[in-house]
Write a protein that binds this ligand. Structure first.
Ligand code: SF4
Length: 283
């Protein structure tokens, strides 16, 4: 199908000022660009979880799978393994993949599954009215922590560097052009692509002033330099008043999970035969 309208007519219920609009329109632009470049959007799949971010599956007119809370990445992995020709884009929330689905995130990075994970990191559970998530800052006061949280936030970039992700970037919903570049880079990358997006939650975590006074765009950075990438990731711990780097932090080329799988490139009709031969070789 070509020339489709990429925005559905489903009523949009995101709050005015929500950063999810930026991510939606960035993805819409990217999908339109891909189609203009000759890629069939029938070969693109969007997977979302549960939370405010997940409604993007209702609002973008593209093949999509609305999964359970925390289960975006295993579903996306299964889709990619079943049909390696598909471009699989996974939209997760921070509660979704840094809490419920954290183990899936780590193992998909470790396996270098060829999917693109975009985390709508608003640092709060917005859909359930403001409980703290793994990236909320120390002392965050929400519905479940009226006295303030008593724990430091997780640093997802550092975690992904340690887990083996081969494309790691950070964007911000007030920097839409750069976000486009980072997501396009992730989709083009062969391997596990991770983009942590500082997404404004206008209602429960309105941090635009905080971010806008601290963010800067990475320049003269070689993303192949792992040690430098670690320094950039550690410079801001999602809690301090340090400057916040935006951009492509790390990139490496390693075989993907599909490429390492025994069934890679084997037509479906021959799979029983190949599995039997593989098992026999292990006896
Ligand atoms: Fe967006 Fe926050 Fe409203 Fe959810 S609660 S739609 S994240 S502004």
């Amino acid at each position: 199908m070509t020339g489709r309208s990429l925005i559905t007519d489903v009523q949009n219920t995101w709050c005015p000022g929500c950063g999810n609009f930026t991510i939606q329109h960035t993805l819409k632009t990217i999908l339109a660009e891909m189609e203009q470049e000759g890629k069939s959007l029938d070969n693109v799949v969007l997977v979302s979880g549960i939370g405010c971010h997940a409604k993007i599956a209702d609002y973008l007119n593209i093949n999509s799978f609305y999964t359970l809370h925390g289960r975006t990445i295993p579903v996306a992995t299964g889709i990619k393994l079943a049909n390696p020709n598909l471009t699989v884009i996974c939209c997760c929330g921070d509660g979704d993949c840094y809490a419920e689905g954290l183990d899936h995130l780590i193992f998909a990075a470790k396996r270098n599954v060829d999917i693109t994970v975009i985390v709508h990191n608003n640092r709060v559970y917005g859909l359930t009215t403001g409980q703290y998530t793994p990236t909320s800052p120390l002392g965050y006061k929400g519905k479940s922590t009226p006295g303030g949280t008593a724990e430091y936030p997780l640093n997802p970039l550092e975690l992904m560097l340690a887990s083996g992700a081969t494309y790691i970037a950070r964007g911000y919903t007030r920097k839409m052009d750069q976000l486009n570049t980072l997501i396009r880079g992730g989709i083009a990358h062969r391997g596990f692509s991770f983009i942590d997006v500082l997404q404004i939650c206008a209602t429960f975590f309105p941090a635009a002033d905080y971010y806008s006074s601290r963010v800067y765009e990475l320049t003269d950075h070689d993303p192949a330099n792992f040690d430098r990438a670690c320094s950039i990731a550690r410079a801001w711990d999602y809690n301090s008043d340090a400057q916040i780097a935006l951009g492509e932090v790390y990139r490496a080329n390693f075989p993907t999970y599909n490429e390492r799988m025994v069934l890679s490139g084997v037509p479906k009709t021959n799979r029983d035969e190949v599995i039997r031969a593989f098992l026999a070789s292990r006896v």
